[in-house]
Design a protein around this ligand. Structure first.
Ligand code: GLP
Length: 256
């Protein structure tokens, strides 16, 4: 697992957007795994800027999102389909037919099977990740084991409280979500996880201090991927006191 430390969230976002753009330059038919959340918004803004400047086209790209709430209508402002439209798709030349955001209208429905079929037919060149305050990736919550394939999850209380800032009340936050499994995430050729926000201190400290992969801190699975990079700011490194613990002795690199 490589680590890149930047001066700011803006710098991190531009670095990641440039990397995505380079992947598309190398392969205009690239398949990109995308993520949602507040941390990702500046990456999409940077990608839209590259598009507006004529530096990249998404016209032949395929995208697939990590997860979606169950029970929210697609048109709900907090559905991840709506998030993607608002932050990215609406402002680029991407063909909507080539964008996949999983759907799950009811906990018991079969949408995650369609999701799995899609994932297996579309190997990803790249997977973007954020991280939850409890270390979750996608919506793979801490637990006793990892689920490999796409599945329906019961969101834990911490995650619902964290995401309640986007809803008018905690009651409105869905209780279930559909998510890629950990095996699905790990199948992407390259993975970049952006860790942003002071509320991620505990997750980031655990990621860098655990030597093992522990299902109680799901993002630790990235230690097993052959091309995974964690991008975080100097500020977060200080807050998590990672330098003092020597966690970065050999891990600083650049996003090429
Ligand atoms: C949600 C998403 C995750 C995301 C996390 C953090 O729970 N399912 O994919 O990483 O939010 O989001 P934020 O960037 O808003 O902190």
């Amino acid at each position: 697992m490589k680590t890149v430390i930047t001066q700011s969230h803006e710098e991190a976002s531009v670095l990641i957007a440039d990397m995505v753009s380079n992947i598309i330059q190398a392969n205009k038919n690239a398949c990109l795994g995308l993520a949602t959340g507040e941390s990702m918004e500046l990456i999409y803004a940077a990608l839209v800027k590259l598009f507006n400047g004529g530096k990249v086209s998404f016209s032949s790209v395929t995208t697939v999102n990590l997860d979606e709430y169950v029970g929210l209508p697609l048109s709900h402002p907090q559905s991840y389909r709506e998030y993607m439209n608002r932050n990215f798709f609406d402002h680029t030349d991407i063909d909507r037919a080539n964008t996949y955001v999983p759907m799950g209208m009811e906990p018991e429905d079969q949408a995650h099977r369609d999701f799995q079929t899609f994932l297996e037919a579309h190997p990803r060149d790249f997977q973007l990740l954020g991280v939850g305050t409890n270390g979750h990736i996608g919506f793979n919550e801490p637990g006793r084991f990892f689920e490999s394939n796409s599945h329906i999850v019961t969101l834990n209380d911490q995650t619902r409280r964290d995401n309640s800032r986007f809803f008018s009340s905690l009651d409105e936050v869905p209780k279930y979500a559909v998510t890629m499994g950990m095996g699905d995430i790990m199948k992407a050729s390259r993975i970049v996880m952006l860790v942003h926000g002071a509320n991620k201190v505990k997750a980031v400290r655990e990621l860098f201090t655990h030597r093992q992969v522990v299902p109680e801190v799901p993002c630790t699975i990235l230690k097993l991927h052959r091309d995974a990079t964690v991008v975080l700011t100097e500020e977060l490194v200080e807050l998590a006191e990672l330098k003092r613990q020597g966690s970065f002795a050999k891990s600083v690199g650049s996003l090429q």
